[in-house]
Design a protein around this ligand. Structure first.
Ligand code: UGA
Length: 457
């Protein structure tokens, strides 16, 4: 494969860790830096700390070989040519992105620069961040010819992160320096020129298209905006279809048919038109808010995004209203809850609508028996176990003697339940499905009172 580039990745969260092992998988040497010593020790020992397909095998393959872990950013900077910054950019109290971690990392990198370095923004950051990084490094006494700042946003999704990284729809490199752009091009060459896909035992992608991922070279600011605009647009698609689902409910139409009919128009496309209980996760809520904030700071109202957020909140309220209208009163009702993660295939509960909904239901006086295949450990920190909140080992135990069963996360296994077994164990055969995992006709045949999103019951 292409030349080996010495890479440092700062931050070993979802994006940083996945990027680090994937860069190793395409032939580079990577040092992964995190200031959390316990995290570094765990990773050195082969514990990925997050639930993600392919991550354990890649970490096992490269840890202490092509990928090493350290808390020492100074050393890592000295020994690398390209430094990817993948630290958190959480939402601040005012709704914009809190860039204090990025700033601290930039200052520390500046103190250790010992030759030409490319500093890459991998975290999602607002436009102009590259200029601030540049300024911080120069203020720390580094000559402007000794470094460049590049924006290379990451588009991976949790749950399919490794496949997404290795089979991206596109690679965006925002750089105002040909020298830096060339280094980035070399890093991704095994993907963009296809050598990786010819390698025996390579990890295959979800779509597995024959086409090689294109690399799009832009200005740094354009790349920063591409990331925010992409996430905001995807969130908009979800809120749009949720609003349409509500119209379908009132009109007794079927949103799945409507979404299919819309998605067949190539200009709209079929993806991200699944209605549900609203988007969650560590990206969409914070990025929609941060992008709106960017616009506001420029004196540009972007009320469309405020509406996207309003619809998302409304969708959760509408789900509670559905449970209420099925059960009449909520106090004292025993509910089986399937799913706590913000989506299937992940143990992440950050901004999970499922957690919000369970909190509301508990406050309304319901008792809950919850099951999630991966997220229960994390969920217990937000929703502590107690007399009204139990965690159980499988969906059937959750359903035991329940007044209703709620499906809140789209884990595939929740779409393959033994309906006869459920029916026998529940007090009432009521399912409120926030993820449209079943066909209403089949559920009626199986003897359930079944309510879903945007479809006739
Ligand atoms: C999202 C983007 O999809 C990635 O491209 C991006 O890189 C990432 O954010 C990020 O910025 O780091 P992720 O948050 O992992 O990825 O999850 P998604 O699969 O996008 O789902 C987000 C939320 O939208 C979930 O709550 C999901 O259930 C919901 N969703 C998604 C829907 O309700 N309907 C859909 O059709 C699709």
């Amino acid at each position: 494969m292409a030349q080996n580039v010495r890479i440092a990745v700062v931050g070993s969260g979802y994006v940083g860790l996945v990027a680090a092992v994937c860069f190793a998988e395409i032939g580079h040497s990577v040092v992964c830096v995190d200031n959390d010593e316990r995290k570094v020790k765990a990773l050195q020992g082969g514990d990925t700390l997050i639930h993600e397909n392919h991550l354990p095998e890649l970490l096992g393959k490269y840890r202490n070989g092509r990928v090493t872990f350290t808390t020492d950013l100074g050393e890592a900077t000295k020994n690398s040519d390209v430094i990817f910054v993948a630290v958190g950019t959480p939402q601040s109290e005012t709704g914009d992105a809190d860039l204090s971690y990025v700033e601290a990392v930039a200052a520390e990198i500046a103190r250790s620069i010992n030759g030409y370095k490319v500093i890459v923004e991998k975290s999602t950051v607002p436009v102009y961040t590259n200029e601030w990084i540049r300024r911080v490094i120069e203020r720390n006494g580094v000559d402007k010819h000794l470094f460049d700042v590049v924006s290379n946003p990451e588009f991976l999704r949790e749950g399919t992160a490794v496949e997404d990284f290795l089979h991206p729809d596109r690679i965006v490199v925002g750089s105002d320096s040909p020298r830096a752009a060339e280094l980035l091009r070399a890093i991704y060459a095994p993907l963009t020129e296809g050598a990786y896909y010819k390698q025996e035992g390579h990890i295959t992608g979800i779509c597995n298209t024959e086409e090689l991922p294109p690399i799009l070279l832009t200005s740094t600011k354009s790349a920063e905006i591409i990331k925010h605009a992409s996430n905001a647009f995807l969130a908009l698609k979800i809120s749009f279809i949720n609003a349409v689902a509500n119209i379908c409910e009132e009109a007794d139409a079927n949103v799945e048919q409507v979404a299919k009919g819309m998605g067949l128009d190539a200009r709209i496309g079929p993806r991200f038109l699944r209605p549900g209980i609203g988007y969650g996760g560590s990206c969409f809520p914070k990025d929609v808010s941060a992008f709106r904030s960017v616009a506001e700071q420029m004196g540009l109202g972007f009320n469309l995004l405020a509406e996207v957020e309003r619809i998302n909140e409304q969708q959760k309220k509408r789900f509670i209203a559905k449970v209420r209208s099925t059960l009449w009163t909520l106090r004292g009702k025993k509910l089986a809850v399937l799913g706590l993660a913000f989506k299937g295939d992940t143990d992440d509960i950050r901004e999970s609508p499922a957690i919000d909904l369970v909190q509301t239901l508990l406050a309304e006086g319901c008792s809950v028996a919850a099951f999630d295949p991966a997220a229960m450990g994390r969920a217990k920190l937000e929703l502590p176990e107690g007399p009204n909140c139990k965690y159980v080992c499988d969906p059937y135990e959750a359903a035991n003697d329940a007044d209703a069963l709620l499906i809140l996360t789209d884990w595939a296994e929740f779409g393959q339940l033994d309906l006869a077994r459920l029916n026998k164990s529940m007090r009432y055969s009521i399912i409120v499905d926030g993820r449209n995992m079943y066909e209403p006709e089949a559920m009626a045949e199986a003897g359930f009172h079944y309510t879903s999103v945007g479809r006739p019951s």
